[in-house]
Design a protein. Structure first.
Length: 166
């Protein structure tokens, strides 16, 4: 097992500046991160798996030591397959805590060799999420600064809102 490798799992529908902050800070702790998108046929995301991977690769292209991958089934089994023993998650406001705590405890029950590690999201992104950003974008709200410009453009395109001139 490689102690300096961490899995950063999620849905990333789409990737936000909050995720990127966790990735940048995770890279100060771990030598390598695998950003792993859950392939979940039960969930209907706004962006397809391919679109989400494309956006992540594009916005992280200058970062070395980051791999983008997909998984299905149990996260801990995937981590073992990847020879990783750390799962990295970002924690925002208190509202995240219960869900993350539940997930970490379940993952720990499933495999005690895989550790969950949390990084507090930078205060700037404390109250944002992919879901709330999508909601604002759907109705033409300005999401500048919350997602990378390329992702903002994709959201505008998805919801049919042309870019407003400043
Ligand atoms: O970005 P999200 O939607 O909060 O990510 C959730 C994710 C993908 C990390 C979580 O749903 C997951 O790990 N699913 C895989 C199944 C699993 O192992 N669940 C945890 C134990 S119940």
């Amino acid at each position: 097992m490689n102690a300096t490798l961490a899995i950063y799992p999620g849905t990333f529908d789409p990737i936000t500046n909050g995720h990127i902050s966790v990735i940048n800070r995770g890279l100060k702790i771990f030598d390598k991160l695998i950003i792993s998108l859950l392939h979940n046929p039960q969930k209907v995301p706004l962006f397809s798996l391919e679109e989400r991977i494309h956006m992540i690769r594009d916005v992280l292209r200058s970062l070395p030591n980051v791999e983008v991958d997909t998984f299905d089934g149990l996260l801990v089994d995937y981590a073992v397959r990847k020879n990783a023993r750390v799962i990295l998650r970002g924690l925002r406001a208190l509202s995240d805590f219960e869900y993350e705590f539940q997930m970490a405890l379940m993952n720990r029950k499933l495999n005690r060799e895989v550790q969950s590690i949390f990084l507090m999201t930078d205060y700037k992104w404390f109250y944002t999420s992919s879901t709330i950003i999508k909601e604002a974008a759907r109705f033409g709200g300005d999401i500048t600064g919350l997602v990378p410009p390329m992702v903002a453009a994709k959201l505008r395109e998805k919801f049919g809102h042309p870019k407003k001139n400043a």
